[in-house]
Design a protein around this ligand. Structure first.
Ligand SMILES: Cc1ncc(COP(=O)(O)O)c(C=O)c1O
Length: 428
C-alpha cells in the first residue's frame, strides 16, 4: 500500500494523465492496484516518496541506474555541462569521444549513431536492416521488448505483456504482418520461419539475454543457431542490448552467450539516468544511414551534450578496476540470499541473474520462454511485492521485471533487504 500523499497525487494524476502514469509499467495494476508510489527524491541506493518514507531502490528506474542515484562524479560532470550548454544542433567533441569509446568497447561495432531512447535505437536498427537487405520481414521472440514503435509490438514483453498479448491497437495490419514473433529458445520454429520466408527475411532481432519477461537466458547454441540461420538466408542478426548492455561487463553482454551480431543497440545503463540510445554495427551497413546513404534517421536531441556527458562519465566509472566484480559480488549475495530464504520458507522460487540484474521467479524452475515465465504464482508475487514495499523495499511492480543492484548498494542494503524478505516470506 502506498502512503496518503501518493494516493492523493494519484487521484490528481488520473484526472489529467491516462491511468495516472506516463508509462504503463509504472502502474500497480498487476500487484493489487491502487496508487503507485510517487517518488520525489533519490540518493545512493535509496529513494523517498512524497510522504517522506524511504525505500531501498531495486527498481533502478527499470535499468538505467548502475551507479546509484546522484553519483558525485556524474552530478559534477552534469553541472559543468549545464554551464557549457544544453543543446547545440551541431556536432560536438563529446559525441565523437563517446562514439570512439563505444566502438572500442564493443567488438561488433565499427560505427555508431546516438539517439535519445532505446525505442529509437532499435527502431532505427530495424529500418537499417530493411534498407540493407531490401526485404521487410522481422523475426523476433515472444516476451522480448524492443520499445514501443509499431513494428515491435508483436508478442512484446515488459509492460506490453502485462497489459495484454504484447500487442497494441492502432497499428495497421500491413505493418503487423511484417513482424513474426515466435517462442524464445525455439530454434526449430526460427528455422521454419526463416525457410518459409527465405527471400523476405530482413532481420532476426533478439535480446541476447532477455530482460523483459524477467531475466531469461538463451539455451546453449541458440544464438549461434540464429547466426547461422541469418547467414543461410541472407538476413541480418541484431542484438537489442538496451537492458543488458554494460550491465554484466564493460561492453555488450553477448560475448557471454553467443556470437557477434551485424547490428547492436544500447540504452539504459549507458546514460546512467539520462535519456540515451545508441545503435550501430558493421561500417558497410552504417554507411547506408543518411546523409551518406538512403536510410533516413534523425533527431533534434540525438547526441545531446547532457546525455553524452552522462554516458562518458558512466563509462569512466564503469571502466575502473573491479567495478563489475563489486557489482557481481553484491548482486549475487543478495539474489542467492533471497532465494535461500524464500525456499526455506517453502515458496516455489527460482532465480536467474545476469551480473547486477536478476529475477526471482515465483515458479520452481527458471523459465526459458514467455509461456513458462507467464506460469508464475502471480498472487504470491503480489503479496511479496506489497510486503517488501511495506518494509521499505521498492521492487518493479511486475513479475516480468528484474531487480537492479548498483554501485551505491552495499552491505547495509543487503542486510536490510534480507531481513525484510525473511519477514515477508515467513508470513506466507
Ligand atoms: C531490451 C529493450 N529494448 C528497448 C527498450 C526501449 O527503451 P526505451 O524505453 O528507452 O525507449 C527497452 C526498455 O525497456 C528494453 O528493455
Amino acid at each position: 500500500m502506498s502512503g496518503k500523499g501518493s494516493s492523493a497525487w494519484f487521484e490528481r494524476a488520473q484526472r489529467v494523465v491516462p491511468g495516472g502514469v506516463m508509462s504503463p509499467a509504472r502502474s500497480f495494476g498487476r500487484v493489487g492496484g491502487g496508487a503507485p508510489v510517487f517518488l520525489e527524491r533519490a540518493a545512493g541506493a535509496r529513494v523517498w516518496d512524497v510522504d517522506g518514507r524511504s525505500y531501498i531502490d531495486y527498481l533502478g528506474a527499470f535499468g538505467p541506474h548502475i551507479l546509484g542515484h546522484g553519483h558525485p562524479r556524474l552530478v559534477a560532470a552534469l553541472a559543468e555541462q549545464l554551464e557549457r550548454g544544453l543543446l547545440f544542433g551541431t556536432p560536438h567533441r563529446g559525441e565523437v569521444e563517446l562514439a570512439e569509446r563505444l566502438v572500442a568497447a564493443v567488438p561488433c561495432l565499427e560505427q555508431v549513431r546516438l539517439v535519445s531512447s532505446g525505442t529509437e535505437a532499435v527502431m532505427s536498427m530495424v529500418r537499417l536492416a530493411r534498407a540493407a537487405t531490401g526485404r521487410s520481414l522481422v523475426l523476433k521472440f515472444d516476451g522480448h521488448y524492443h520499445g514501443h514503435f509499431d513494428g515491435a509490438l508483436v508478442g512484446a514483453g515488459s509492460g506490453a505483456a502485462q497489459s495484454g498479448d504484447g500487442g497494441s491497437e492502432g497499428i495497421p495490419g500491413a505493418v503487423l504482418a511484417q513482424t513474426v514473433s515466435i517462442p524464445f529458445n525455439d530454434l526449430s520454429a526460427a528455422r521454419q520461419v526463416a525457410e518459409q520466408h527465405r527471400g523476405d527475411l530482413a532481420l532476426i532481432l533478439v535480446e541476447p539475454v532477455c530482460g523483459n519477461m524477467g531475466v531469461v537466458y538463451p539455451v546453449p547454441g541458440f544464438l549461434a543457431g540464429l547466426r547461422q540461420l541469418a547467414d543461410d538466408v541472407g538476413a541480418l542478426l541484431a542484438y537489442d542490448e538496451v537492458i543488458v548492455g554494460f550491465r554484466a561487463r564493460f561492453g555488450p553482454a553477448y560475448p557471454l552467450v553467443g556470437p557477434a551480431p551485424d547490428l547492436i543497440a544500447f540504452g539504459k545503463a549507458l546514460g546512467g539516468g539520462l535519456p540515451i540510445g545508441a545503435y550501430g554495427g558493421r561500417a558497410d551497413l552504417m554507411r547506408l544511414v543518411t546523409p551518406l546513404g538512403p536510410m533516413f534517421q534523425a533527431g533534434t536531441y540525438a547526441g545531446n551534450p547532457l546525455s553524452v556527458r552522462a554516458a562518458l562519465t558512466v563509462l569512466d566509472i564503469l571502466s575502473e578496476p573491479d567495478v563489475y566484480l563489486r557489482l557481481e559480488e553484491g548482486a549475487s549475495s543478495l539474489a542467492d540470499g533471497l532465494l535461500a530464504i524464500g525456499r526455506h520458507q517453502g515458496w516455489p522460487l527460482s532465480l536467474t541473474r545476469l551480473g547486477s540484474t536478476w529475477t526471482l521467479f515465483f515458479r520452481a524452475e527458471p523459465p526459458h520462454s514467455l509461456a513458462e515465465a507467464a506460469q508464475q504464482d502471480r498472487a504470491a508475487f503480489s503479496r511479496f511485492f506489497q510486503g517488501m514495499l511495506a518494509r521499505g523495499i521498492l521492487l518493479a511492480p511486475s513479475f516480468y521485471e528484474s531487480w537492479f543492484w548498483t554501485l551505491a548498494h552495499g552491505a547495509r542494503e543487503l542486510e536490510e533487504t534480507l531481513e525484510a524478505s525473511q519477514l515477508v516470506f515467513s508470513k506466507g
